[in-house]
Design a protein around this ligand. Structure first.
Ligand SMILES: Cc1cc2nc3c(=O)[nH]c(=O)nc-3n(C[C@H](O)[C@H](O)[C@H](O)COP(=O)(O)OP(=O)(O)OC[C@H]3O[C@@H](n4cnc5c(N)ncnc54)[C@H](O)[C@@H]3O)c2cc1C
Ligand code: FES
Length: 271
């Protein structure tokens, strides 16, 4: 059992939970994720570790309420418990001095990119952050992201805050200025990560994306998280979740994410 110590509503439909997980917190590095199960008959869902405190022995997860389990999660309060939290899972982000790194977070992806930007900044990189959301009400962690960035660019699709447009519009401006970008890291919706990768490819700038296929066991055994990268089959849970964006077959990922759409709708009708 893992006890919830803190809960925050960050923006519309996006919540933060800080949960006790002493052993996992001790081993966590940026880029890792956990698999949580709320109750015995509950589904196991993967969530990225958005922050961790080794002294307190806690993990912070930030999630968007998109379906049955994340909505159940959103109803929990401090003092409630998860049945189990398994992790840290996946390969951590490669942290070294690359030079100038653009860190892009779209929607709920603003949370997982934060610890990566912080660690890359600590490693001596210049961090240019771009964060974006559909509109102002879905935006969060602007100040937190600013605190680990040399520059921050904020945008909303509808122009209700920051620059009007997509994160790729901001990225385009930065790329055209030719500031000598060494690495781009993008986390967010698959369409966004695809658009970022298409944009950086002609410039030959290494681009890392964090993939979110459907995961079941998260141990490399069931194959549900398989993705095609550079023409080869990879399992995002053990080989990723970060991959070279220029090599990912995003269209296949988009269609595989829809596989259980009917079942996901059905559970809402049944309950
Ligand atoms: C490595 C990884 C890290 C992730 N980190 C975060 C995060 O930090 N914050 C966040 O909000 N979301 C994250 N996700 C996505 C999150 O796991 C799904 O939103 C969640 O499982 C949806 O479950 P649900 O029952 O609420 O919704 P459902 O109605 O069951 O599904 C809604 C959509 O979520 C996706 N999904 C459903 N089940 C799974 C599953 N078992 N594994 C992966 N995707 C699924 C599908 O695309 C589906 O169409 C991550 C996914 C992966 C693979
Ligand atoms: S989730 Fe089963 S192999 Fe990755």
């Amino acid at each position: 059992m893992n006890k919830i110590l803190r809960k925050e509503v960050l923006s519309t439909g996006i919540k933060l939970i800080e949960v006790e997980a002493v052993e996992i917190a001790r081993k966590t590095k940026p880029g890792h994720f956990v698999v949580i199960r709320i109750e015995e008959k509950g589904e196991r869902i993967p969530l990225t570790i958005a922050d961790y405190d080794t002294e307190k022995g806690t993990l912070t997860i930030v999630f968007q309420e998109v379906g049955f389990t994340t909505e159940r999660l959103g109803k929990l309060e401090p003092g409630d418990t998860f049945l189990d939290v398994v992790g840290p899972m996946g390969k951590p982000t490669r942290i070294e001095k690359f030079g100038v790194v653009v860190c892009i977070g779209g929607g709920v992806g603003i949370a997982p990119v934060y610890p990566i930007a912080r660690q890359l900044k600590n490693a001596g990189n210049k961090i240019l952050s771009i964060i974006g959301a559909r509109s102002h009400e879905f935006l969060f962690w602007e100040e937190r992201t600013r605190g680990v960035s040399d520059e921050i660019h904020v945008c909303t699709d509808d122009g209700s805050y920051g620059r009007k447009g997509f994160v790729t519009d901001e990225l385009k401006v930065i790329l055209e200025k030719n500031e000598g970008i060494d690495l781009v890291i993008a986390i967010g919706p698959v369409v966004m990560m695809k658009a970022v990768s298409l944009l950086t490819k002609p410039y030959g700038i290494k681009t890392t994306v964090s993939l979110n296929p459907i995961m079941v066991d998260a141990t490399g055994m069931c194959g549900s998280c398989r993705v095609t990268v550079g023409g080869k089959t990879k399992f995002a849970c053990v080989d990723g979740p970060e991959f070279d964006g220029h090599e990912v077959n995003f269209d296949e990922l988009l269609s595989r994410q829809q596989i259980y759409l009917e079942e996901e709708k059905l559970i809402h009708k049944k309950l």
